[in-house]
Design a protein around this ligand. Structure first.
Ligand code: HEC
Length: 142
């Protein structure tokens, strides 16, 4: 379906993009922040679109996964990617299982901080571990 909703939604999208563009100066210009570097290397090729809005490759400021109360969705997406069945037809995002729990936690926290006004997620690294390997994080729970 179309991602262009009401005018109100568009105004919200514009504000979110402005915020993302403002933080992008830090994120992609001076890449001292390790999370910004991770993002630039692994995600920005598809998700950085400061110039134009490509509806198939949304800026993450527009995505609910970064602004939810629970980080599970975002962690799932980073770990497992998005298949064509989940998203728009014909587009896929690879999973990043090669990233360490710490890297994913760092990246999720950074996206949260630079893309939203919401409070930081707590205990991210343990959540990543639990989602990656439910048995391990909950003890010997299988
Ligand atoms: C090869 C291109 C590509 C790369 C690299 C990539 N993505 Fe994506 N990403 C996509 C596509 C395509 C979608 C699906 C868009 C849609 O259907 O709405 C997506 C969707 C997402 C979503 C929304 C998922 C949802 O359920 O709506 C998030 C969050 C996301 N990506 C984060 C990331 C992060 C973080 C990275 C880096 C670790 C990354 N992506 C790297 C292409 C990519």
């Amino acid at each position: 379906g179309s991602r262009n909703g009401s005018a109100g939604q568009e105004a919200k999208a514009t504000a979110a993009l402005r915020k993302a563009a403002a933080s992008e100066g830090i994120g992609l210009g001076l890449q001292y922040d390790p999370a910004a570097r991770l993002y630039a290397g692994a995600c920005a090729s598809c998700h950085y679109n400061g110039k134009a809005l490509n509806p198939l490759r949304p800026d993450l400021a527009l995505n609910s996964a970064v602004s939810m109360d629970d980080p599970t969705n975002l962690i799932q997406v980073i770990l497992h990617g998005v298949s064509a069945a989940d998203g728009a037809p014909g587009v896929v995002m690879p999973g990043f299982t090669g990233f360490s729990d710490a890297d994913i936690a760092r990246l999720a926290a950074w996206l949260r901080k630079t893309r939203t006004d919401k409070p930081a997620w707590a205990d991210l690294q343990n959540k990543v571990a639990a989602i990656r390997e439910p048995g391990r994080a909950q003890g010997k729970g299988e």
